[in-house]
Design a protein around this ligand. Structure first.
Ligand code: URA
Length: 240
């Protein structure tokens, strides 16, 4: 048995406080009976109605998607472009944790668990995000040092980032590398390299915390395993 307001909040209809208001204002029924008392408990299997509409209690679900290019991470778009949420064929309504640009590919975690999403996105937990990047030009030699110090660009401050596996294509004058950041600011990787004088021409997120693209092809997704969810909690808790 759980408090009625908690069950209503879990269904995603309202916050717990708003759910209390729904109850006290006589808009909630349990198994056909009007309930206005706040202490009331109910079972998830009970028929709970708000304004005579049965609420649907959703389990918490967690997926990792290999986001392809040319889909947007937001849940609505004025240009009616394809959305990442349309690639997830499940009963539960999920939303992405953070965003990847329209042209960025790679790891995107989706869930209906708002607390989990807020935890992973909170800057204080410094969850690592690793990107495989192709930049125009031969990367300036001091790039790793500058990125490791942290950057200031266009009124934004970027925390220190790590660079790995730098490979130069001398003929085509491109550079390939991995960069690891702990924030999720708008166009962050593109802006960081732009501040060093390099345009990012390809961007793929290869890791989010402990979650990689292993076993997935572009456009495909899978449920996270309980131990993977636990590891993400642990990564955050180790930083708190
Ligand atoms: N940084 C960017 O510039 N774009 C992304 O999509 C993700 C990180």
């Amino acid at each position: 048995m759980e408090r009625l307001q908690k069950l209503i909040a879990k269904a995603g209809i309202a916050s717990r406080r708003k759910a209390e208001e729904l109850i006290t204002s006589g808009r909630v029924k349990v198994n056909g009976e009007l309930v206005t008392e706040l202490g009331t408990k109910a079972n998830p299997s009970d028929v709970i109605e708000v304004d005579n509409q049965r609420i649907k209690l959703q389990d918490k679900v967690y997926f990792v998607l290999y986001k392809p290019a040319s889909v947007i991470s937001t849940t609505d778009d004025q240009f009616n472009r394809d959305k990442v949420v349309d690639l997830i064929h499940e009963d539960e309504q999920v939303f992405p944790i953070g965003r990847l640009d329209y042209d960025t590919t790679g790891v995107l975690i989706l869930t209906n668990d708002g607390d989990f999403a807020n935890m992973l996105m909170h800057p204080k937990y410094e969850i690592e995000k690793e990107y495989y990047v192709k930049v125009k030009g031969l990367l300036r030699k001091d790039a790793s040092k500058l990125l490791a110090r942290g950057l200031r660009f266009e009124d934004e401050i970027y925390k220190p980032a790590k660079v790995r596996n730098v490979k130069y294509d001398d003929k085509k004058e491109n550079t390939f590398l991995n960069v690891i950041i702990t924030e999720g600011k708008y166009h962050q990787v593109k802006k960081m390299f732009l501040s060093l004088g390099h345009e990012v021409v390809k961007l793929k997120r290869v890791r989010y915390g402990s979650i990689t693209l292993d076993g997935l092809y572009e456009g495909q997704y899978r449920a996270l395993k309980p131990h993977e969810i636990k590891t993400l909690y642990n990564l955050a808790n180790n930083k708190s």
